[in-house]
Design a protein around this ligand. Sequence first.
Ligand code: PLP
Length: 370
Amino acid sequence: MRNPAFASMAASYLFADITREVELHQHPVDLGVGDTTLPLAPCVIDRLQKKAHLALRYGPEHGLFSLREALAKTLYPMLEPEEIFISDGVKTDIGRIHALFDSDIRIAFPNPTYPTYKEAALLAGKRNFSFFPCTPENQFFPDVLPQTDLLFLCSPSNPTGHTLTRDQWTTLIARAHREGFLILYDGAYSGFIRGASCRTPYELPGADEVVIELNSFSKLAGFTGLRLGWSIIPKAVRYPRSAQKVHPDWCRVLSTYTNGPSRLIQEGGLAALSQEGRAATEAQITHYITNTNKLKQGLAPYFSEIYGGDQIPYLWIRTSKQHFDDLGIITIPGVGFGSEGKGFVRLSGFSSTSHIEEALWRCSSSLALL
Ligand code: PLP
């Protein structure tokens, strides 16, 4: 029998539709899907070439211990390597995570948000959903949250660009303790965070009991085509309304579902975390943010509401997608991220500098007429 979830899902996935839209245009300027465009750091390519013989054989089921150690050392000094599990990316883990929870679990999603969260939950047979609005009217984070067992959160947010402050994190962690819910934190863009906000909530007390983090090298180091990520379930995390620990079950889930990403790609991850790799990937991040700022400044005269762009290479603009369609500029319709995204578009600053300049040129010659 067919999974009944398909009946409540769109026939195709949002970003697949956008990729098809790009193919249909004659000379598209692609500010759509948020894929990285810069080449891999030279030390990553070098390591992949030198270690090509490791492409044979299964790797350890929870990832190379050296990579789990390197992540703990560089990004999570407050965690043990055994609390970090290597995967092939956030997206797959968003799907797998549901194997942990029973079908009645209450799940809360931001609106708008990354569409995979809800679709993966639906496919996994979960039905008990609520949504909390994250709009300019509430500064992208509401005071009132729905009653829930599992709360999804992306910060910096795709698509709005909002980054939770330390105070907002502290309040949320306290609420999770008080109200007994877990936070499923998607940190796919955390590498772009600068300044006072935390790059991981585990910097804050109490987070290790209520936060599960999913993250990856995709945006951090341009690994979208290599596929390498990690999940974090600290040993102290317990199920909502239960004394049972989650960590041993996650070990069990991963052993069943995956043999982990290729050993070779994990070697690439080790290179990206080396001193040389970190310097190169920081420069890439600066490049994307500089391009996004250029786009933001260039568009500012035409739109009164432009959000994001500082801690994530996306702009969230209140306007009609048609303006950009008419100019052959590919964008993502805000409504694809949820009903609260209606009337917005998302533009990606991951695009090449030439596409960003071309987009600004096309806008300057036409949007001035708006
Ligand atoms: N989470 C968010 C919010 C994203 O925007 C993306 C990709 O664009 C992903 C996860 C997918 O990340 P990965 O490449 O690690 O699967």
